[in-house]
Ligand binder design. Structure first.
Ligand code: 4NP
Length: 177
């Protein structure tokens, strides 16, 4: 679904993305082993379904460095596998060049957004940062993607439900010419 009530502060960014032939999207969370690699895989799945791979680059990274080089969390991989979703990402930490290499940098919660704003080297870089919650449709009762790391199985299921909704809405919203 196209999200029509995105906060006005992101209008210019959304408009620019809509009219870009190449959309480079980076998903960010704290550890880069649960939420953002799942968002990356779900986004890539939507892009592939639409055979739009030539127009999209999708990646993820973490704010912390604790898990660099690791595969996604085994619990997240198991829950994704139950939905026929393979998580192939290798954990990496965000780097300054990401603010040049990507057009849209999406944080999963308010803390991620605040850290991203601190890291952004320029005003132009700050203007690329958006919360994932702006793309919630069916899950608009949530205002962020909850960190499942210290949660049980239901936490991982909820994250996958929210991210499935948000990645599809992101695709529809910025592909709409
Ligand atoms: P994520 O979850 O940010 O969704 O990848 C976390 C993973 C690891 C940690 C925290 C959150 N950690 O503290 O190691």
């Amino acid at each position: 679904m196209v999200i029509n009530d995105i906060s006005p502060r992101y209008s210019a960014l959304i408009d620019k993305l809509k009219h870009s032939d190449k959309k480079r999207v980076l998903f960010i969370c704290l550890g880069n082993i649960c939420r953002s690699p799942a968002a990356e895989a779900l986004m890539q799945e939507v892009v592939d379904e639409h055979q739009s791979g030539a127009h999209w680059t999708v990646d993820s990274a973490g704010l912390g460095d604790w898990h660099v080089g690791d595969q996604p969390d085994p619990r997240m991989r198991a829950h994704a596998r139950q939905r026929d979703l393979q998580l192939n990402h290798v954990c990496r930490q965000i780097r300054e060049s990401d603010f040049d290499d990507f057009d849209l940098i999406i944080g999963m919660d308010a803390s991620n957004i605040s850290r991203l704003n601190d890291l952004a080297p320029t005003v132009e870089a700050k203007d690329k940062i958006m919360p994932m919650a702006e793309f919630f449709g069916d899950y608009s009762r949530f205002d962020h993607v909850p960190d499942p790391y210290y949660d049980g199985a239901q936490g991982f299921e909820t994250v996958l439900d929210i991210l499935t909704d948000a990645t599809r809405n992101l695709y529809d919203t910025i592909s709409d010419r």
